[in-house]
Ligand binder design. Structure first.
Ligand SMILES: *Cc1c(COP(=O)(O)O)cnc(C)c1O
Length: 363
């Protein structure tokens, strides 16, 4: 069962005013009082967070939407929002004097963990699929991580980690197996609220793999409400997955509370290639509680979507982020969003990570 960090929010409400969070380091650590690290000296930061919320006027206009925004996570260290979670998780690892960390990853989590572990002087062990994007492999190499390539997808990497971690004394930083990556990811929710002047958008469209972003933002909204920073209204949360791996979409539309493992996962959007997520029930609950939905988009539409976002806004999206565009078009067709709604789509990573048409398998 995933653990979630809890704070004394009544005390926080007394001491913290919205817009007044005081962490000196900035980025995600601006919200230090609501983060799991006690001493500033334990914080491992490479400048993550504080990403732009770009008003996508051209793209919005082409779709009849006045208030379309892109939260552009591609400018984070190591080119994806995974930096937020790993900055938090590795900071806590440092606080706890952990010497070795391990992660199974479809790519970007590995790069981010490698970077923060290197900076903290902690040994990093990484299990990635053989067909991981080349950039992720090379980054992990450059960060001095010990890489094991696995014939399979992220869940197979997870099995390999589980078999070895006890014997090797590795601290497991897998999605939702420790509570701190979520804490880093939740800062997207805090930033979004602040950037929209404490009025959450009507709809959030998010490319979901393991679901940490969705779950983290939802947690942030509840924390902010408990502190009186925002009211009780919530965005419709929309999870986007690819036709190559869409267990959450399938479970959502089948009215299931947990997802069945996707049998033959394959997608260019490596971050979405998560056939079974341990937080599936949390994601599904959030989609339903928010009156949101889940949308599957065709894997082969992602290249074109990348180019349309690029051409209209000058943002070079990861295919995961690009998936939000055909998903939003589907929401429009189903009349689930309207012209004046403030809609935020998440570009979770940089297109620069995916420069080969297909990931090159290593052997
Ligand atoms: C990991 C990843 C995702 C999925 O993230 P979750 O929040 O764990 O669902 C989406 N996009 C990119 C680029 C990723 O690296």
């Amino acid at each position: 069962m995933p653990l979630l960090a809890r704070y004394d929010l009544r005390e926080a409400k007394r001491r913290l005013k919205r817009g007044n969070a005081t962490g000196d380091i900035g980025g995600i650590w601006k919200y230090k009082e609501l983060m799991p690290v006690e001493e500033e000296t334990d914080i491992v930061s490479l400048g993550e967070g504080n990403t732009p919320l770009v008003h996508a006027r051209n793209l919005g206009e082409s779709m009849g939407l006045k208030n379309l925004f892109i939260k552009d996570e591609s400018i984070n260290p190591t080119g994806s929002f995974k930096a937020r979670g790993m900055s938090a998780a590795i900071s806590v690892a440092k606080q706890l004097n952990i010497r070795k960390v391990v992660v199974p990853s479809a790519g970007n989590a590995a790069s981010a963990m490698g970077a923060y572990a290197a900076n903290a002087g902690i040994e990093a062990f990484i299990f990635m699929p053989k067909v991981v994007p080349v950039a992720n492999y090379k980054e992990c190499q450059a960060f001095g991580a010990k890489i094991s390539l696995i014939d399979g997808v992220i869940s197979d990497c997870g099995v390999a980690v589980a078999q070895l971690k006890e014997k090797e004394g590795w601290f497991d930083v897998s999605t939702l197996k420790e509570p701190y990556r979520i804490e880093g990811k939740k800062t997207m929710g805090y930033e979004l609220a602040e950037q929209l002047e404490w009025r959450l958008p009507e709809t959030i469209v998010y490319p979901a793999g393991g679901g940490t972003g969705l779950i983290g933002m939802w947690k942030a909204f509840d924390e902010m409400e408990a502190m009186g920073w925002i009211g009780s209204s919530r965005p419709k949360m929309v999870a986007v997955q690819s036709s190559g791996c869409a267990p959450i979409v399938k479970a959502f539309h089948n009215n299931e509370s947990k997802a069945k493992p996707w049998p033959t996962p394959h997608t260019v959007a490596a971050g979405l290639c998560v056939p079974s997520a341990i937080g599936d029930f949390l994601m599904l609950r959030i989609l339903r509680d928010s009156a949101g939905t889940a949308v599957m988009v065709e894997d082969r539409s992602l290249a074109d979507a990348t180019n349309r976002i690029g051409k209209s806004e000058g943002i070079f999206c990861a295919p995961e982020g690009a998936a939000c565009l055909p998903a939003l078009e589907e929401l429009l067709r189903q009349k689930l969003v309207s012209a004046d709604d403030r809609i935020v789509i998440f570009n979770t990573g940089s297109g620069l990570k995916y420069l080969t048409p297909d990931p090159i398998p290593y052997s």
